[in-house]
Design a protein around this ligand. Structure first.
Ligand SMILES: Cc1ncc(C[n+]2csc(CCOP(=O)(O)OP(=O)(O)O)c2C)c(N)n1
Ligand code: SF4
Ligand SMILES: [Mg+2]
Length: 300
């Protein structure tokens, strides 16, 4: 049965107070990932906003073990940790590699591809805040069309983002899911599902960022929901190659209803100077992806 907000465990693995910005979605993500794993997890984390949230030794804002890896080597480090724990018979621990979009889709992609090809027994989570936030909002391979960053300062980005779940699917891994902090119980259930599967599992999470997207800190959950309700971020699962829409995306597909993308980006400063043509192009890109996802769901 699907988890509801009242049946979530109360135990927290994140301590009060951390160094992330107010309103950062990574805290919501980390809390639900660790609750789903009942704290029986070891994390491997490259340089990113998430390392900042965790804190610097000897002080920490989390109560699970964290290894800080080199930026390109997250999945390799996690593979080694998983092999070591298995050798010691510690099979109740989930090894979670958790990286930002830069650390997943760009700088970390070769180690992730290698781990997926070997079938390393790890859960790789990309929290996608759509730029290199920790170093000042440079564009990444996941930055959306038309979004302004410190390295796309005038027109905004002119290329669409990579399709990371599709790239991982091409590796033939057993479990791929997308999830959002706007729908934390769906996120929680997917992490539990991933926990119980052996091999390389990949989750791609929407991670709204008030500092880099330029919206008010109080709006993070609303922003996460709008990303889904406009079809900009699609909730789905691919289990053993079978693709399904899930949660809110599934109910939207059934109802045939979707909000315009401009409702999602209206209050985000990163789009405030984008041209109407660029925003139309973004809407078209979202429409194409959404229609392809619905078609795939209906025919697979
Ligand atoms: C090999 C290497 N290149 C660059 C850096 C500098 N660096 C540290 S954090 C970071 C940005 C990380 O972006 P992302 O992975 O998207 O995580 P976010 O900061 O957005 O959470 C960069 C470029 C580094 N530490 N190591
Ligand atoms: S820059 Fe964005 S992702 Fe990084 S800590 Fe601040 S709100 Fe979170
Ligand atoms: Mg990022």
């Amino acid at each position: 049965m699907a988890t509801n907000i009242l049946s979530l465990p109360e135990q927290e693995f994140m301590l009060p107070g951390n160094r992330a910005c107010a309103g950062c979605s990574i805290g919501i993500i980390f809390r639900h990932v660790t609750k789903a794993l009942d704290g029986k997890a070891a994390f491997v984390v490259p340089a990113s906003c998430f390392t900042v949230l965790c804190g610097m030794y000897p002080s920490s804002s989390v109560t699970v073990p964290i290894i800080n890896s080199v930026f390109p080597g997250t999945a390799a480090c996690a593979s080694g940790l998983a092999a070591s724990l298995e050798r010691q018979g510690k099979t109740d621990m989930t090894v979670v590699a958790m990286a930002g979009d830069g650390g997943t889709a760009d700088i970390g992609i070769q180690a992730l591809s290698g781990a997926a090809e070997r079938g390393a027994n790890i859960l790789f989570i990309c929290y996608d805040n759509e730029a290199y936030m920790n170093t000042g909002t440079q564009r990444s391979g996941m930055t959306p069309l038309a979004a302004r960053t410190s390295t796309t300062p005038t027109l905004g980005k002119i290329q669409p983002p990579k399709d990371m779940p599709a790239i991982l699917e091409a590796h033939g891994i057993p479990y791929i899911a997308t999830a959002s902090p706007g729908y934390p119980t769906d996120l929680y259930d997917k992490v539990q599902k991933a926990r119980d599967i052996r091999g390389t599992r990949y989750m791609h999470l929407s991670a709204p960022c008030p500092a880099g997207w330029h919206y008010e800190a109080k709006d993070t959950v609303a922003m996460a929901k709008l990303a889904v309700e406009t079809g900009t971020f699609i909730l789905a699962e691919t289990v053993e190659g079978v693709y399904r829409l899930t949660g809110r995306s599934l109910s939207m597909a059934k109802a045939g209803k979707r909000k315009p993308v401009r409702e999602f980006i209206r209050t985000q400063g990163r789009f405030s100077r984008s041209s109407e043509e660029a925003l139309d192009e973004l809407q078209q890109w979202v429409d194409n992806r959404w229609e392809a996802a619905v078609h795939r769901h209906e025919t697979s």
